[in-house]
Design a protein. Structure first.
Length: 338
């Protein structure tokens, strides 16, 4: 795969998913960026705005397996990872056989992740970070590619367990679908009047193509100047007094990987400063925490990030992208992040 083939496939996927997820091209692009960068997404939004349909549409467009978990307080870790069961042999003997749980899939949708207990939430840490799970001392590899889409309702918090910062740091992006506009919702209404549109969605590629996309994005180059720009931005969050918790080195890695994927989606094999700016808030938002004083002053994470980045000069002499790329990055920069 080369840069132009990557761009063409990326645009075909966006176009295909947008036939059922109307008016949300920015969110679709970010979801594909996360998938191509081996990342995961946390959606904070009210029910019914299309989070589950997005996961199903991604899986269908790439001809990948998709599983769904509805989290409840009585769910156990083995309900996610799987467990060993006793199997009767033909001659009367017995042995233990591992039965994989729903985490063994390409696209995993975790509904209301904050309704699961911390013990159950922790069962996802190894899967998200290392792409495998360990059960009874045996490590089992997850399918590749693997994308986790988790949701939580920020309004209804009774009977929920907040995700610890260590788990939030495993998500590449924290996004919000948001309500659709009037005309977009008209398309949703008409398209789902006799059934779910997503059930008729045809694939435009297969998992092998997705793996080629992941490999190509990983090889996109980041110049020393742009690399320094990323590091200076992350360092700035650690020096701003409004942040109680700043961005971690994992945030640095996530920002670099996502930027490489965004560059590849524009048909380029190198990263521009504009790529960093477009992905800054979706990547850093779930990883930083404001001080109580900053919250009392009415500051938001977005405001503080804007202030911190404004003090850093973008590297000069790096070629800027074309009109299409600029438009896409503006769309991503305006993507609603909680």
């Amino acid at each position: 795969m080369d840069a132009q083939k990557y761009k063409q496939l990326f645009e075909r996927l966006v176009s295909n998913v947008s036939t059922v997820i109307h008016g949300k091209d920015d969110v679709i692009r970010l979801a594909l960026v996360a998938l191509s960068a081996n990342g995961h997404i946390l959606f904070e939004d009210v029910p019914g705005v299309g989070k589950s349909m997005l996961a199903r549409a991604l899986g269908a467009s790439m001809n990948m397996d998709i599983n769904r978990i509805q989290c409840t307080p009585d769910m156990l870790p083995s309900d996610i990872t799987g467990s060993s069961i006793i199997e009767q042999k033909a001659r009367g003997g017995m042995n233990f056989v591992f039965r994989p749980g729903p985490v063994f899939t390409n696209v995993l949708l975790i509904d209301e992740i904050n309704r699961a207990t911390p013990k159950t939430q922790s069962a996802l840490l190894e899967a998200m970070a290392e792409r495998n799970v360990t059960v009874e001392g045996t490590t089992h590899k997850l399918p590749n590619p693997f994308l986790c889409l988790a949701t939580q309702n920020p309004v209804e918090t009774a009977g929920t367990f907040s995700l610890p910062e260590a788990q939030l740091d495993r998500f590449m992006f924290r996004l919000s679908m948001g309500y659709p506009g009037l005309e977009a919702e008209r398309l949703v209404l008409r398209g789902n009047s006799r059934g779910l549109e997503v059930e008729n969605l045809e694939p435009v590629c297969d998992p092998t193509d997705v793996l080629r996309m992941i490999d190509f994005a990983a090889d996109v180059e980041i110049s020393t100047a742009v690399e320094t720009y990323i590091l200076e931005i992350v360092q700035a969050t650690r020096q701003d007094p409004s942040f109680l918790m700043a961005a971690s080195p994992r945030a640095t890695i996530a920002l670099a990987r996502a930027s490489k994927t965004l560059a590849a989606s524009d048909g380029r094999a190198d990263v521009y400063p504009e790529d960093i700016k477009a992905l800054l808030k979706p990547v850093l938002n779930p990883r930083v925490v404001l001080t109580p004083d900053a919250l009392l002053r009415g500051e938001t994470v977005e405001d503080v990030l804007d202030r911190a980045v404004s003090r850093i000069k973008a590297p000069l002499g790096i070629e800027q992208s074309g009109d299409l790329a600029k438009r896409k990055r503006r769309e991503l920069a305006m993507s609603p992040a909680s």
